[in-house]
Design a protein around this ligand. Structure first.
Ligand SMILES: [Zn+2]
Length: 470
């Protein structure tokens, strides 16, 4: 059976948990001193190990021979099928039946071990009714009950629930921690992971260990078991730092023609110009800090100006501006204004965005500002999920996935759900790196064509699901 890397390599003991020292210490000490609260709330961004910690805690409190606060890993509880633990995913079924059932069962002692443990994932998604039931249990907790609540959005929990939990905040993983963990796991997973590939994946994962491991898998599938820097760049549509630095130098030198050429070449190679914004901003920030630290003030000030320009570009992209156009406006800034507009037009003649630009271009030829804005594309990938859409049937999904030709499209669809929004189809991705891969031109084309052949021609939207859960 296929098991995702992050499931196969879940830490089994507190001492195996990477990072999160404070939360680990609190939980482990509680077990060690046998002073266990009735409810713990583990909050933090996705992929920070909330569920993994909860699972370790569930074993530790019931372990028949705990060792210094750790579960032994050998007793019937540690090896058992988890009769003492119930996991509820509030995001998928809203939890009302389980909580109702729980109030009934809470009156009896657990079948084995000392505690009946309830792990509630994405607890903020519980219905009001389920919350009220949960609150009743928290107000007068039966002694053998332990709640381990996990959420990405603690601010959405009622104060009455918050005040009855011991709160543990998990932090996003550092890039160093992620990189280290990837390099530790790769040999065990029989993946030949190059150090610079591990570093780039760690950066792309945005603090989420789970996303990092999923990216390793995605790249390993792409590179047949070995993952080098090129595989990661290709799989994610990213560019390496040296290339991006070369481009930034052209922008800063105001060499507009070379910068525009560079953009054309990278786009034709399938680079994701949307991702380029985040990557370029990251590189510029590092260079700016270096310049400040080494007291090269003039250079630092120059970098700061470019950084400001890129922040504006990033905002344009978020508002739905077409990425190629947004970048060309930055690249063309080295040219006198009217020339810049012509250069942009010449370099993108024939692209769809060009027509939009023609339509909205100010008539005075000497005034290229205000910036001509491309209309938000019909299939804007950064649209919000449509709450009224319903998930397609598993049969529909199977037919759709069977029609995919691109290996990368198949891989990212493992991290996405397809929704029927009535007028449109929606592909909801679990995390930004997968959406980024889906947005690379070849992958996007493949997903669209397979979906249209399965469900008929409708607008297709790519969105990000905000749901967390480990
Ligand atoms: Zn044990």
């Amino acid at each position: 059976m296929y098991r995702a890397l992050y499931r196969s390599f879940r830490p089994a003991r507190f001492s195996d948990v990477v990072g999160q020292e404070l939360a680990v210490k609190v939980l482990r000490n509680a077990v060690r001193r046998d002073r266990i609260a009735h409810a713990y709330l583990l909050s933090g961004p996705r992929g920070t190990g909330k569920t993994s910690l909860a699972k370790i805690m569930a074993r530790a409190v019931n372990c028949l021979q705990p060792q210094d606060g750790e579960p032994c890993g050998e007793c019937s509880v540690c090896l058992g099928a988890g009769l003492h633990t119930v996991e509820i995913d509030a995001a998928s079924n809203r939890g009302i039946d389980e909580i109702r059932d729980l109030r009934e069962r809470a009156r009896y002692a657990p079948p084995e071990g000392r505690f009946r443990v309830y792990i509630v994932d994405e607890v903020h998604m519980l219905t009001t009714e389920a919350f009220n039931a949960l609150l009743k249990l928290l107000e007068e907790p039966p002694p053998q009950l332990l709640f381990l609540l996990a959420t990405t959005e603690p601010h959405r929990l009622p104060a009455t629930v918050l005040s009855r939990c011991q709160r543990l905040s998990l932090l996003p993983h550092t890039e160093e921690n992620i990189e280290q963990q990837l390099r530790a796991i790769a040999p065990e997973a029989e993946i030949d992971l190059a150090p610079e590939a591990a570093r780039l994946i760690a950066r792309k994962a945005d603090g989420s260990m789970r996303d990092a491991l999923a990216l390793v898998e995605l790249c390993a599938g792409h590179g047949e078991g070995s993952v080098d820097l090129d595989t990661v760049l290709l799989a994610t549509g990213s560019l390496d730092d040296a290339e991006i630095t070369r481009f930034l130098d052209l922008v800063e030198k105001r060499d507009a023609r070379a910068a525009l050429d560079w953009l054309g070449v990278q786009e034709s190679r399938g680079a994701d110009l949307r991702q380029l914004a985040g990557d370029a901003i990251g590189i510029l920030r590092r260079r700016m800090h270096e310049a400040f630290a080494e007291r090269r003030e003039a250079e630092a000030a120059g970098r700061l100006r470019t950084l400001e320009r890129l922040a504006a570009l990033d905002a344009d992209l978020r508002r739905g501006m077409e990425p190629r156009l947004a970048w060309e406006l930055v690249a063309a800034e080295g040219l006198p204004d009217p020339v810049a507009v012509q250069a942009v037009q010449a370099s993108t003649a024939g692209t769809a965005a060009n027509e939009a630009r023609q339509a909205s271009r100010p008539t005075e030829s000497a005034a290229p500002r205000p910036v001509p804005r491309a209309p938000r594309p019909a299939a804007s990938p950064r649209a919000k999920p449509n709450p009224a859409a319903t998930a397609v049937s598993s049969e529909f999904r199977a037919n759709f996935v069977a029609r995919l030709k691109e290996p990368r499209a198949k891989a990212v669809l493992e991290h996405a759900q397809v929704y029927d929004g009535g007028e449109s189809w929606e592909v909801r991705f679990r995390a930004p790196p997968f959406l980024a891969v889906a947005e690379t031109p070849d992958v996007e084309r493949d997903i669209r064509s397979a979906l249209e052949r399965t469900g008929g021609s409708r607008p297709i939207r790519f969105t990000l699901s905000q749901q967390g859960g480990d």
